[in-house]
Design a protein around this ligand. Structure first.
Ligand SMILES: Nc1ncnc2c1ncn2[C@@H]1O[C@H](COP(=O)(O)OP(=O)(O)O)[C@@H](O)[C@H]1O
Ligand SMILES: CSC[C@H]1O[C@H](OP(=O)(O)O)[C@H](O)[C@@H]1O
Length: 405
């Protein structure tokens, strides 16, 4: 029989007290539920005497945002704990340290990152993160390369594919990212002022065909262990540091899905700045910074990925001349396709982003939303003609200019 029970703030304190070596015996613990995501409870637990604090993240047997009518596997907490531990080994310092996890209770006890800020909030406020591109590019290269067939014995890799099988969370992505935005799904929601654009998308056979191919990649490829939901609400940052949280959607899938997710969320902030920054110069320089960040992420990713390939590949075909170049070229194209899908889903699908939703005036918001749809479409349709990193920023700014005239 399962011993799972949903913790209250007080029960979280009692549970914390019983974890060996976490707090001193005389600790005076307080607890506060701080979760703001769609799915889980997050408790901040602090010892008022030593000031030491930790985070409890507990999965509920359903999606928090909807309630009991949307049941959801507790196994996502095991996946999240194990992914965090593995990512911490592969790329030390870039994820919260896991102190303890309890599969029955669907609970992860981890490092408190309250000194960091959810990056999406910082981006909306036009903060600059000078180390972010290098950090996330490195994180992506290491976690993706080192969990792939390029770096693992095939038996070990297939064991991991099985262990990170995550069908229920993948199904959410399959529906919300690849299927629902492209027809009049009941769960879609969008600004009434962009109905014409949403309907055009539902009848856009060229885009729907390309999205079907990208979805096929998501369904069938086991290229690497992905974070699976790497948006800027799953990244905590300061000017100096970067931490990736929330890998409950982790599974073996196409590498470009993770890289594309980060790029899409920078694109979403880029379009949102149209409605946030009233000073044109300030807006343009922040948008230029976002484009530089996108370029920097790919540049760092590619350099680190090629270094890992040269130094750590165990797959014999890795030594075949031309293979690495071909692999990286296809990866860039996948990345752009998935970036397009992840941009579009946040405009017409079920779950939106604060960058855009915080634009109060619906007409101003509609301008940003139309731009996001146009950029998403171009990323999907033109991905195969893009072969260099500079082309990404050009594609975004050219689409922006075209929509402004
Ligand atoms: N390790 C952490 N340290 C500090 N705050 C955290 C930590 N993990 C999560 N949080 C806070 O809890 C919120 C929800 O966490 P998240 O993992 O995104 O939950 P969900 O899976 O429900 O989306 C985050 O936006 C962040 O504010
Ligand atoms: C009802 S799940 C919708 C959406 O929420 C997840 O994000 P998060 O838990 O980080 O808020 C994920 O992106 C899902 O697609």
């Amino acid at each position: 029989m399962s011993t799972y029970r949903m913790l209250t703030e007080q029960e979280a304190v009692e549970y914390a007290r019983n974890i060996p070596d976490l707090f001193p015996a005389n600790a005076k613990l307080t607890s506060r539920e701080i979760g703001d995501g769609n799915l889980n409870f997050v408790f901040h637990i602090q010892d008022e005497i030593s000031n030491k604090s930790i985070i409890f993240k507990q999965a509920l047997p359903y999606a928090r945002v909807v309630g009991e009518s949307w049941p959801l596997t507790l196994d996502r907490a095991r996946i999240e704990s194990e992914a965090l531990i593995l990512q911490g080994e592969l790329c030390p310092g870039f994820v919260p340290q896991v102190y303890h996890y309890d599969i029955e209770m669907a609970l992860t006890v981890m490092e408190d990152l309250s000194a960091y800020e959810i990056m999406r909030k910082g981006l909306v406020a036009r903060k600059y993160y000078p180390n972010f591109a290098k950090h996330i590019g490195t994180f992506l290269a290491r976690t993706l390369f080192l969990t792939s067939d390029l770096a693992l014995h095939p038996y070990e890799k297939k064991k991991r594919v099985a262990s990170f099988s995550n069908p229920e969370l993948c199904k959410i992505t399959e529906d919300l990212v690849f299927t629902d935005p492209y027809y009049d799904a009941a769960t879609n929601s969008f600004n009434p002022l962009i109905r014409e654009q949403a309907e055009a998308l539902w009848h856009d056979d060229a885009v729907k065909l390309e999205v079907a191919k990208l979805k096929e990649g998501f369904l069938t490829r086991t290229q690497a262990l992905l974070h699976g939901d790497l948006h800027t609400g799953s990244i905590m940052a300061t000017e100096e540091g970067t931490k990736v949280i929330d890998p409950e959607f982790a599974y073996y899938g196409p590498m470009g899905f993770d890289i594309g997710a980060v790029i899409a969320n920078l694109v979403l902030n880029y379009v949102a700045q149209e409605g946030h920054a009233s000073d044109v110069q300030e807006r343009e320089s922040y948008q230029a910074y976002l484009l530089d960040t996108i370029t920097g992420i790919w540049t760092t990713f590619e350099a680190e990925f090629r270094t890992l390939w040269a130094e750590k590949a165990v797959e014999p075909s890795a030594a075949i001349p031309g293979y690495v170049d071909d692999y990286v070229r296809r990866l860039l194209q996948d990345t752009l396709g998935y970036a397009g899908c992840k941009t579009i889903r946040r405009i017409v699908g079920l779950a939106h982003v604060w960058d855009i939703e915080s634009i109060e005036d619906p007409a101003v918001r509609a301008h940003s939303e139309k731009l996001a749809l146009a950029i998403g479409r171009e990323l999907i349709l033109k991905r195969e003609s893009i072969s260099s990193v500079e082309d990404i920023a050009d594609l975004i700014s050219d689409t922006h200019i075209a929509l402004s005239v």
